[in-house]
Design a protein around this ligand. Structure first.
Ligand code: DGL
Length: 259
């Protein structure tokens, strides 16, 4: 049985890539809600509704577990999905928080995410549960998702945006930053340029390592099936930005409102 992965759009492809690398024999089904992205600017009620539909679609494909490769859904809807779904569900918060808490030297951690993620306070809560003495500086970065989705990750616009958003984190002397939105690892070059002394934790990749450790035995063929709610053509155009290579995955369009 495959492992299901979903994101509001294409950011979760970084997690898919990491999972495919660690478990090359696992069959994977990816759903990117390209027709309704972004989620990060929406209300918790809407995010919950969309996330439940995304998960129900993956269940219809007989997945054995679900990775929510989206910071926004992980922070707003993880608990509700864990309670209501019949398969194990993983989000990006716990694995990334553990990696960040283990890597910081000075106990000062930054979190970058969408507006919905930062408003939820979930990363901060999780970090404090791991170690109550950590200092956490959280910054909502709403401009970064469109910068990535529209292909400006290597542009000066990206550099100026990440520099501006990193400033309060640099001022707070954080040595470790959680990229709490799965789109942000695409900006790693610019993030490193703006703050070379900071260790950036990729939350999607951390979660992929967590689910891979929980499901090490796979007897699939390593098939990767991608599904989107907008046209497959737009997926193909943008997917390479996330995967860092030309892909030739089978891409299917899904009527997500039916689920
Ligand atoms: N990939 C989503 C996340 O990790 C960001 C995009 C969105 O706002 O939908 O939060």
């Amino acid at each position: 049985m495959p492992i299901g992965i979903f994101d509001s759009g294409l950011g979760g492809l970084c997690a898919l890539k990491e999972l495919h690398r660690i478990l090359p024999d696992a069959d994977l089904v990816y759903f990117g809600d390209t027709g309704r992205t972004p989620y990060g600017t929406r209300s918790p009620e809407t995010i919950m509704k969309y996330a439940a539909q995304d998960a129900r679609f993956l269940l219809s494909r007989n997945v054995r577990a679900i990775l929510i490769a989206c910071g926004t859904v992980s922070t707003v809807a993880l608990n509700a999905l864990k309670i209501s779904l019949p398969v194990p569900v993983y989000g990006v918060v716990s694995a990334a928080s553990r990696e960040a808490a283990a890597s910081t030297k000075n106990g000062k951690i930054g979190v970058m995410g969408t507006g919905a993620t930062i408003s939820s306070g979930v990363f901060e809560h999780e970090l404090k549960l791991i170690n109550g003495s950590l200092t956490v500086t959280s910054v909502a970065c709403p401009l970064l998702v469109p910068v990535v989705e529209y292909g400006f990750a290597d542009d000066e616009i990206a550099y100026l945006s990440v520099k501006r958003y990193l400033q309060p984190i640099i001022d707070a002397d954080a040595d470790t930053v959680i990229l709490g939105c799965t789109h942000f690892p695409i900006l790693i070059k610019m993030l490193k340029k703006a703050a070379p002394h900071i260790n950036f934790v990729d939350s999607g990749a951390a979660a992929a390592r967590e689910i891979a450790a929980a499901f090490p035995d796979n007897d699939g063929s390593g098939a990767v099936h991608c599904c989107v709610s907008d046209t497959p053509a737009s997926f193909n155009k943008t997917a390479n930005v996330f995967l860092g290579e030309e892909i030739d995955f089978d891409v299917e369009r899904v009527e997500i409102e039916k689920y």
